[in-house]
Design a binder for this molecule. Structure first.
Ligand code: ADP
Length: 476
């Protein structure tokens, strides 16, 4: 419960930190992206305006001379048509047609576009752009009166230019331009032009199709570094979290082990203490039978105590040194028979034990002493972890060049989650009931170590409430 709470707190804190990190990185990357985007715009704006002034100097033109002449002719023609102009206004349909004509004429004028394209190419810049002309205002001029044809809503809201604002195209615009509709549009020039027949305001934009790609390329290093740093932090967090949890688990196992060991050692020790006190009693000194019985009890408990201490010592020795096995070729069926029979007598027929071997005189390289401990641990667990009359089946057979020994019981079984850990050092599955079934959590660890030292393995298959099957495999 406590571990779960700690685990959740660490997890929540970690996830929050990662989210903060990702948010910060996203903000940084957006900033870098915007910066690169603005730099891109600035770069092309500067070059195009530079090109524009060069064009003005070299050709004394802004690239729209011809089209202005065509528009002027068209306007003159309309103004001369007395059927069209009614006072200070032009019919809506005529206004629409004229605007269409002017827009089309401006957009088909390629002089400036070609000049810019050549200029970009000369400087080894991207020349893959689309020009776009946006008319802000267009008026016909009939002597000193103006006849409005079109005014964009955006332009209408702006400050009306003073006469001094009138400039030649190609110079820096004197009043605020229309904002580009798309972020990919770059404003190259804008301004107003007036002659005797018309007055116009328009903006010339260039739009780079590959701009996103170029900006992405320029941002790639920062983006890659951000992703890399996020990945590093996430992996570090995962590794640290796993280690922390593992450490917590081991430390809890150790605490459990110390509690269990104290409990295990205390039982024989207190029996010996009580037996010693009994021997001191006057009425016992003369009773030979009682003395013998008490001495036997002391001897039995000392052996148990000794076994426990040896097991602990041996395991701590394995940690430091390699397993020393004294292997001999033995007939596995005979060894199994001996072990099971002495277990039966040792535990006073505590379980209904059946054996079935199909080993056809197979010999295995075994350290019989260790192997006996292995099988004994499995058998005693089968008896210990049983809530009814224990029924144990021991089977032996060969499979894929391996000897398999199966010990099945009808005991309390092991949950799926616990099955993953039962072979770990100090692990006790039913930690809630540690005092119901006594133990140190070392028996199966011992089993696994011995099996592995013989080049084999041990696995468990179990269903809670139904029983467990432990399978030991050994090469032969
Ligand atoms: P111990 O028996 O000293 O607790 P073991 O290493 O022998 O330690 O076993 C580890 C855990 O595996 C036990 O605490 C028990 O919960 C579970 N276990 C082992 N053998 C069986 C079995 N035959 N049936 C049910 N549970 C078992």
């Amino acid at each position: 419960m406590k571990i779960m709470k700690e685990r959740n707190t660490i997890l929540v804190l970690g996830v929050i930190s990662i989210i903060i990190l990702i948010t910060v990185q996203v903000i940084i990357i957006r900033g870098v992206w915007q910066q690169k985007d603005e730099m891109f715009n600035l770069r092309y704006r500067v070059i195009s305006q530079d090109a524009l002034s060069r064009m003005n100097r070299q050709l004394s033109s802004d690239g729209f001379e011809t089209v202005r002449f065509i528009i002027s002719k068209k306007c003159e023609q309309i103004l001369n048509d007395s059927t069209l102009i009614k006072g200070d206004s032009l019919p809506a349909i005529e206004r629409k047609d004229l605007l269409k004509y002017v827009t089309l004429s401006l957009n088909t004028s390629e002089e400036l576009t070609q000049y810019l394209s050549r200029e970009f190419e000369r400087r080894r810049f991207d020349k893959d752009f689309t020009p776009k002309i946006v008319i802000n205002r267009f008026e016909l001029i009939n002597y000193d009166r103006s006849i409005p044809v079109y005014i964009s809503p955006e332009f209408a809201n702006r400050r009306q230019p003073r006469p001094s604002d009138t400039t030649r195209f190609g110079s820096q615009p004197r009043f605020r331009q229309r904002r580009p509709q798309h972020t990919s549009e770059i404003l190259v020039m804008g301004g107003r032009y007036e002659n005797n027949f018309y007055s116009i305001d328009f903006d010339y934009f260039i739009d780079f199709r590959d701009k996103q790609k170029v900006v992405l390329k320029e941002t790639a290093t920062s983006l890659a570094l951000s992703i890399f740093s996020i990945l590093v932090v996430v992996s570090l967090f995962m590794v640290t979290y796993r280690n922390l949890m593992e450490e917590k688990r081991l430390s809890n196992l150790k605490t459990d082990f110390i509690n269990n060991m104290t409990h295990e050692l205390k039982t024989p020790l207190s029996t010996i203490t009580v037996a010693g006190k009994t021997l001191e009693m006057q009425q016992i000194i003369t009773n030979e039978e009682k003395i013998l019985e008490t001495a036997k009890l002391i001897g039995k408990q000392s052996v148990h105590l000794n076994q426990l201490i040896n097991m602990i010592l041996e395991i701590s020795m394995w940690e430091r040194t390699q397993f020393q096995l004294d292997k001999k070729k033995v007939k596995i069926e005979e060894v199994m028979n001996d072990i099971v029979n002495s277990f039966k007598t040792g535990c006073n027929n505590c379980a209904a034990l059946s054996e079935k071997y199909n080993l056809k005189g197979v010999s295995v390289d075994l350290d019989v002493v260790y192997f006996t401990t292995l099988i004994n641990n499995l058998l005693s667990n089968a008896v210990k972890y049983s809530d009814k009359e224990p029924v144990i089946n021991v089977e032996g057979f060969t499979e894929d060049n391996k000897v398999c020994i199966k010990v099945s019981d009808n005991g309390i079984g092991i949950s799926k989650a616990d099955q993953k850990h039962v072979f770990d050092k100090f692990y006790r599955a039913s930690s809630g009931n540690i005092h119901k079934y006594k133990g140190l959590g070392l028996g199966l660890y011992y089993v696994k170590k011995i099996a592995e030292a013989h080049g084999g393995d041990v696995t468990v298959n179990s269903k809670p409430g139904k029983g467990s099957i432990f399978t030991v495999t050994l090469p032969y």
